[in-house]
Design a protein around this ligand. Structure first.
Ligand SMILES: O=C(O)[C@H](O)COP(=O)(O)O
Length: 316
């Protein structure tokens, strides 16, 4: 097959190796990082492949215009910006690269957990502002704790693997059966809620996981617990999380994702903020990072390489 006939449109910037290796393989590549969704829609019939991150939604309207599209390559894990069922029904290959940033997410979740358990962020801020508070920063140890992981795909598995060596019990829950492995025992959700001291969320954002962590869900946990969310902000009802933080049912939270994060910077940080968000910003037992769990120099490269390999495989 003459790969020069396969025209690929890149609508988001990625690690340069992605472009370079597709060029070397012989594909015809074009980049358009600025056109609006409507502008891309108007020309998408000319392309056989599109390489995206999450700039805009690939919905039915878009797909109906993409009459020659053979693949959609998402340089990342989450596929929520694509109408996957509709694309698949049209015979379009869907490619994603969760293998590329799973390690980064696993390491970030470990970092958040250790930071929360040992007050690293809080204590650091205090010492740097001239306060030497030892008793107020007495920490907890992971040893002997039970870690519950919801969503046991690439990210959940990576986190569980990193937990080896901490002498913890690792439970996982997934909608698919038989997902447990040497690093985690699969249990029913109710058992996880009964036993866990920590909940780490590693689920995609789907209708089933939207607002999943709400008061009802939280109250089913038998013990107070720590929450780590490196998955999607919309899976947690922030008001309910705040209520649980206030009551002590949630002991602390490490949040790399927020339900407000798609708002503009101005909306998010200037002027009046949603009360629950304001609480998270002030709370000492809440650690916030700006959706960077999968955002490392190494994952940038691994994501690109994974996508190149998967595109090349389609045309082997
Ligand atoms: O789904 C992912 O891979 C991560 O959440 C990163 O998403 P982004 O490409 O939209 O930043």
């Amino acid at each position: 097959m003459n790969l020069a006939n396969i025209k690929i449109l890149h609508i988001d910037s990625n690690h340069p190796l992605l472009w370079e290796q597709l060029q070397q393989a012989g594909f015809h590549n074009e980049a358009d990082f600025t056109s609006s969704k409507q502008e891309v829609e108007a020309k998408i019939e000319n392309y056989h492949g599109i390489v995206i991150r999450s700039r805009f939604k690939i919905d039915k309207t878009f797909l109906d215009k993409a009459t020659n599209l053979q693949f959609i390559a998402r340089v990342g894990a989450g596929l929520e910006s694509i109408d996957c069922d509709y694309a698949t029904a049209k015979g379009i290959h869907l490619i994603a690269a969760p293998e590329g940033n799973a390690n980064a997410v696993g390491e970030h979740a470990i970092g958040m957990l250790l930071s929360l358990f040992n007050n690293l962020n809080k204590a650091n801020n205090e010492v740097k502002s001239g306060q030497w508070k030892r008793e107020a920063n007495r920490g907890h140890e992971l040893e002997g704790k039970t870690i519950g992981i919801i969503g046991y795909g690439n990210m959940g598995k990576s986190f569980a693997k990193k937990l080896r060596g901490f002498d913890v019990t690792v439970l996982c829950h997934d909608i698919l059966p038989n997902m447990g492995n040497e690093n985690a025992t699969q249990v029913a959700l109710s058992e996880l809620q009964e036993r866990a001291d920590v909940l780490s969320l590693h689920t995609p954002w789907t209708p089933e996981t939207d607002k999943m962590i709400n008061s009802d869900f939280i109250n089913k946990f038998k013990k107070p617990f720590w929450l780590i969310n490196t998955a999607r902000g919309n899976s947690v009802v922030t008001e309910d999380l705040v209520q649980a933080l206030k009551s002590g049912k949630i002991l602390g939270a490490g949040l790399d994702v927020l339900e407000y994060e798609k708002l503009s910077f101005e909306t998010l940080f200037e002027g009046e903020k949603p009360a629950a968000f304001e609480y998270l910003l002030q709370a000492e037992n809440v650690l916030l990072t700006p959706h960077i769990a999968g955002w490392t120099f190494e994952s940038h490269q691994k994501l690109a390489q994974t996508i190149v390999d998967k595109i090349c495989k389609i045309y082997q």
